[in-house]
Structures are given as C-alpha cells and as structure tokens.
Design a protein around this ligand. Sequence first.
Ligand code: ATP
Length: 739
Amino acid sequence: MLCWGMLIEHKHPPMRLQKLTLAGFKSFAKSITFAFPAPVAAIVGPNGSGKSNVAEAIRWVLGEQSLKTIRGKRGEDLIWHGSPRTPRLGRATVSLTIDNRDRRLPLDFTEVAVERKIFRDGTSQYFLNGSTVRLKDIIELLARLGLGETKHNIIGQGEVDHILGASARERREILEEAIGLRLAQLKKREAERKLEETDRNRREIEGLIREIAPHLKFLKTQAEKAEKREATRRELEEALGAYAAREGQAIGEDRKRIERDEEPLRHNLAAAERDSADRKRDIAAAESGADDAAELASKEKLLEGLEAKRRGLEREFGRIEGRLESEPQSRPPGWRGLDVSAAESALRPFVASLREVMALDAIDEIRRRVSSIAAKIEALLKQWYHEASRPGPRPGGHALEAEKQRIRRDLHVAEAAIREARKNLAHARERASAREQKLREYWQGLRQQEETASSLRNALQRSEFELERVRTRAAELERIIGDSGLSPSDLKPTGTRYDTVPSEELRRKIEKLKVRLEETGGIDLVVLKEYSDTKGRHEFLTRELADLSSAEKDLKRLIAELDAKIERDFKTGFGKVREAFQHYFRIIFGGGKGTIEYVALRRPKAGMDEELSEGEGGEVTYGVEISVDIPRKRIRGLDMLSGGERALVSVALLFAITAVNPPPFLVLDETDAALDEANSQKYAAILKELSKKTQLILITHNRETMKVSGVLYGVTMGDDGISKILSLQLEEAEGYRNR
Ligand code: ATP
C-alpha cells in the first residue's frame, strides 16, 4: 500500500495550481473544492461520475471559447441542469487559485484566483481576485504563465493523439506555444495591431497636412507680407519720428527767431512813418504860405516894364537929341515921322503874345495864333503909314528941348523906380531862396525817412516771406506725417537709429518707406490670426506625424526583434523538443526513431490543401511534420501505427514538449487509457520524471499512474446525478478501477 507521504516528492517544483472550486458547473451542482497540495494529483472514479468535467472546468475557467472542446452546444450546457431532487441552477462558477509567491504574475498578491461565471443567457464574466476583468486580461495572464490558446497543457479525454491528427501548421502553433513563444507572439501581434493603427493615423494626418499645406502657404506669404509691412511701418515710425522732431524743432526756432527779429523792424518803421508824416506836414506848411514864383514873376515883370519904359525914354531922348542936331535936314513933305515910344508900346503886347505862343505845343494852335498876330501887326503897320503920311504941324526947336527935359525927368523917375524894383526883386529872391532851401531840407529829410521806411518795409516783407517759408515747412511736415498714415502719437522721436542721419537723406528715406508701405498694401488681421492658427495646427500635425513615424519605426524594430527572437527561440526550442522526442520515443518504443521536421508551407488559398505544392500561389509559412521509424516492427510513418501506438507517439511528443519547456501544470485526462501494463509502467516512470518540472493533474483509471500521485480524489455520482468527491487511498482507488 502506498501512502501519501511516500509519494510526495521532497524536491518538487513550485506548485502553480493550489485549488479548484466548481459550483453549479455541469454535474457539480454543489460547490466542491479540489486542493492540490502535491505535485501530482490524480482524479479517479467510475465512468460518468464527472471526472472529465473537472478537466473541462480548468480549461473553461482559463478562458476557453470553444464550447465543443468542453462538450457543450450552448453556454447553459455548462450549468447544472437539475435532477428530480435538485433543481437546476441559474449559473455556473469555476474558480482556480494560482500560487503567485514568486510574482510571476504581475499582480501584488501571493495568490491569484481566476474566476469565471456563466449565466443561463450565455453571458460570462471573469474575475481576478474578485474584481471583474476582461477575457483579454485573462489571456495576458496566461501568457505570463506560458500558456496560450491551444492549451497544449490540457489534454482532454480522447485527445491524446490530437497532435498527430493536427495539420502541420496547427502542430507548429502548438509547438510555438509549448516552447514558450506565446508571450513574444502576443507582443508581436499587439505591435502589429498598433503598427496598423499607427499607419492609419499617419496616413490620416498626412492627408490633413496635405490638405492644409497650400492654404498655409498662401497664409504664410500674407503673413510675411504683413510682417514686412510692420517692419517698414516701424522703420517709418522711427525715421519720421526723428525727422518730425528735428524739423519741428527747427521750425519752432526759426519762427521765434524771425518774430524776434521783426520786433525792432516794426518799431523802427512806425517811427520812420511818424517822422515822414511830420516832414510832410512841415512841407505842406512851408508850401502853402506864398507863391514865390508868381511874386517873383510879377516883380520881374514890373522891373522889365520899368526898364522897357526907361529904354523907350532913352531912345526918345536920343532921337530928340538927334533931331536937335540935324534940324536942317530935308524931309518929304507932310512926313511926320514915327513916335518910337508909341510904337514900342504898341508892339510890346505882340512880343508877350509870341512868348505865350512859344510855350505852346500844339502846332495848329501855334499857327493860328502866329497868323493872327501877323495879321494884327500888318494892320498896325498900315495904320502907321497912314498916320505918318498925314500932313501935320512939325514941332519947333523949343518944343524939342522941352520934350527933352520932360524925358530926362521921366528918366530919373524911371531909374529910381527901377532901383526900387530891383531892390524889391532881390529881397523877394532872397526870401524865395531861403524858403526853397528850407523846403529842400524838408524834402531831403522826408526822402531819408521814406527810404528808411521803405527799407524797413522791405526787411519786414523779407521777414514775412521767411515766415511764410517756415509756415510752408510746417505744413509740409504735417502733410508728410498725414500722408504716412501714422498717428503722431506712434512716432518715436528720439533714441532711434536715425538720430544721426542728415535731414535730406532722412527725408528721402521717409519717401521711400512710404512708397514701400503703400506697395505692400493693407494687413488683414483675420488672415494673420488664421495663419497663426493654421500654423499651430500644421506644427501640431507635423509633430504628431513625427511622433507617429518614430512610433512606427519603434514598432517595426520591435516586430523585427520579436520576429528574430521568436525564430531564434523557436529554432533552439524546436531542436531541444526534437531531441527530447527522440529520447522519449526510444524509451517508450525500446528503440527506433521519432523525429519532428520544420517544413515550409504555402498559406493555402481558399479551398486548397495547405501542404506546400510547387508553383502554387500563397504566402510561405512553416509547419511541423512528425515522422516515425520503428525498424523492429517495420513501421515507417504515422499511418501504420495502432491506436495504442499513436497514443504512445503523442505521449512521447507531449512529454518532450513538457520536458523542454515545462508548463506550470499539465492536465491529462485518461491519456493512459490505451496503454498496456508494460507501457503503463514506462508512462508512469516518465510522469514521475516530469512531475519534477511541472505540476500534474491526472484523470485516470490506471494503477501505475495512480502510484505516482501525491493526492487522490475519488469522484462519485449518486442517484441524484450530482458529482461528489472523496479523498482516497490507493487501494480504494484501485477498487473503482476494478469495478
Ligand atoms: P468516464 O470515466 O466514463 O470518462 P467521467 O467520470 O469522465 O466518465 P464525465 O464525462 O466527466 O464522466 O461526466 C459526465 C456526467 O456529467 C454525465 O453523467 C452527465 O450527465 C453529467 N453532466 C454533464 N453536463 C451536465 C449538466 N449540465 N448538468 C448535470 N449533469 C451534467
């Protein structure tokens, strides 16, 4: 009799599965817990008692999605369906507790309980230590344990040669998972999914960038224009500011200076004008008093008359003296002679008239007057001839002497009058000359004042011109500022780079800047805002694109690395599995050769065989072929194997895989069913060996298998159709087998 203690290995691997609880799952209507304190646990019991339900519970709680592999058609097939005495249940629950003291699972718990529930409506829920999780989380968790979808570590009833019947590609998948590539593959798949997503995002963003690029370009030229304009405007502000400050100051100073200079001019002009007026008044006073010319003329005329009278007296006197001397002289009879004095008196008016005529300009008038004067003289001459030829008395000698005396007296009188007249005339002349002298002085003074006034007026006018020029400059400055479109408050008067530029140059610069400003046109603020927005968006997208590209690169590198790792690990693992397979094969078959081969396959097109066929299309992939050679029995190839032999080959491969990369646990549901006694012993020996590397949960009727178990659970089913368990000793277990 084998007891528990004897069977328990002292040096056993960390046990992964601690316990399994079924409640309402299939025939386990009542909650039942299997504890797994030993590396090998065997579940025994009669046919139909519910043993396989236990293996299926493990498969199911770990996320199995295929109902077929757990012998169900619908989800509710997994729930206790009731018996006459025990009504059916609404849900089934399976919970598997995993030891996590080594923190192989990335959860901060020493134990991790995976739980799955299903309800009659088919909905299923997962929990990790009581918290709801997704199936994805469970799958990831299992991947951490080196388990994947194929669950090669759970071999269901009748599935032992499943691996032999599987396709080359399926075998490869089983092997990949068994070798422990699951995690890397998951990572790779995730990376590929991300890569696809990234690629999609990248294309989307590229599209967006392409879309906004031309608009951005347009906006950019606008913005650049605006910037240029702004720079020009600033430059203009500075230049104009410097110019306006300088020019404004100059204008102010000039204006002040001119006004200051004008002040004495005005003062002096007023004085000169006052003086002139005084002079004019003096002159007027001086001139209004006497008519010197007329007085002189009358005095001269008087003198002339007196002198003429004297000359007449002297001639008469001479004639009388001559007559007195020449008395005996013969005369024509009747000639009375001509009285000279009378003649002179008669002719004198003609002289005066002729003088007047001489003063005339109009020739017709002169002619008329001269001819009238000539006619009058003719008439006089005629008269005289008539009078002279008229007989008359001739004065005698006494009469002549008396006449002579009278004339002499007259002459004396005339001379005295002449002297008097001359004296008067001289006085008058002196007076006139004195007055003239004074007037000349007045005039000179007046002229001087007027000249002074005139030159002052000229100076004032010049000053006015100058002021006008200053005003023009001020207006020009205002115009320049006004034209610039800048407000005077924008101008920066000092501290600019233009402070030292000469004014003329500055002026030219300002004109140039104004022209440039006009050429650049106006700034649309909306466009600027849009540019900054669009640019921001473009930059954002470009950054995104760069991020995506770098992410893409990273992902591609990761995928390549994972590919390389998968391939490397697969090759090493594959080589090891092949070796182990050969090893177990020889043990089980007592020689011969069992090998696995890595072969190229073409991924099948729809409806085609997936084995490689030359020249056919499709993507190249790889698969695993199994070949056997048992010379002793002349067996070459899988087809020639018996059922038991197929099971043995499968077991050899399963053990090989398990030995190379031990899964955390192995569930074998009657994989030993087809073995004879000799092979059962070999099988048990290998199990014992494997139990050092992995936890075993065995469902069996086989005594040899039971012998290697540390824990035995008996499963029974009473009339109520409910599975129950009891811990057993080996003999009891054997008892079930022999029933
Ligand atoms: P064997 O040794 O012959 O392989 P076993 O011990 O593996 O038998 P199982 O196949 O696990 O037995 O058990 C099948 C039993 O479970 C059957 O009796 C079946 O009626 C019962 N069963 C399956 N599904 C349900 C369910 N939903 N409700 C109740 N009982 C169920």
